[in-house]
Write a protein that binds this ligand. Sequence first.
Ligand SMILES: Cc1cc2nc3c(=O)[nH]c(=O)nc-3n(C[C@H](O)[C@H](O)[C@H](O)COP(=O)(O)O)c2cc1C
Length: 177
Amino acid sequence: MEFSELVKIRQSDRKYSDKPVEKEKILQCLETTRLSPSANNSQPWKFIVIDEHNLKEMVASSASGLGMNRFTHQAPVIVAVVLEKMNGMARIGSAIKNKDYSLIDIGIAVNQFCLQAAELGLGTCIIGWFDEKKIKKLLGVERKKRVPLLITVGYSMAGRREKNRKPAEVISSWNQY
Ligand SMILES: Cc1cc2nc3c(=O)[nH]c(=O)nc-3n(C[C@H](O)[C@H](O)[C@H](O)COP(=O)(O)O)c2cc1C
C-alpha cells in the first residue's frame, strides 16, 4: 500500500468485532514502533500489551466513564504506553531548550504503531482520557511513572470516514508565519 493511502485509511476506530488479534500482528506493530525516532535516540517508552480478557476489561473500565471511551470494552487488545526516563543527553536538552522531548517521542511512536496496525488490517484508537492511577495499579507500573496514552487494537467494525481536517493554507505557510 502507498504511504499516502495508509495515512488515509488509519482512523480512530471505536467499534470492534470479537475476532482475536494475532500475536504476530501485535509483534509486527511493536517492531515498527521500536524503530521510531526519538530525541537523542532516547527511546523513553515501554509498551504493555494487555490481551488477558479479565485484565483488559478492568483497564477498559478505567478508561471509560461519563459516556467516554465505552468502546474500549470491545477491543480485544489494549496497549498501555509507559513513559520511561529519557537518557542523560535528552534530559539535558529538554531542560536547556524547555521542551519535553519525551512526550513528543511518545506521540511519534504511537503513530507508528497505529499506521503499522492499519497496514495489517487492524483498527486502533489512541486514548488519552482515562484513570491513570487505576491503570498503573492494574499493570504494576510504579506510581512515579506516567502512562500518557493507551491504544485500543482490534478488527474494526466501523465504516471508513472522510478525514475532517483544517485546510492546508490554515495549517501551513511558506517563509513567514
Ligand atoms: C493524544 C490523543 C488522545 C486521544 N484521546 C482519545 C480518547 O480518549 N478517546 C477517543 O475516542 N479518541 C481519542 N483520540 C482520537 C482523536 O479523537 C482522533 O485522532 C481525532 O479526532 C482525528 O480522527 P481520526 O483519528 O479518525 O483521524 C485521541 C487522539 C490523540 C492523538
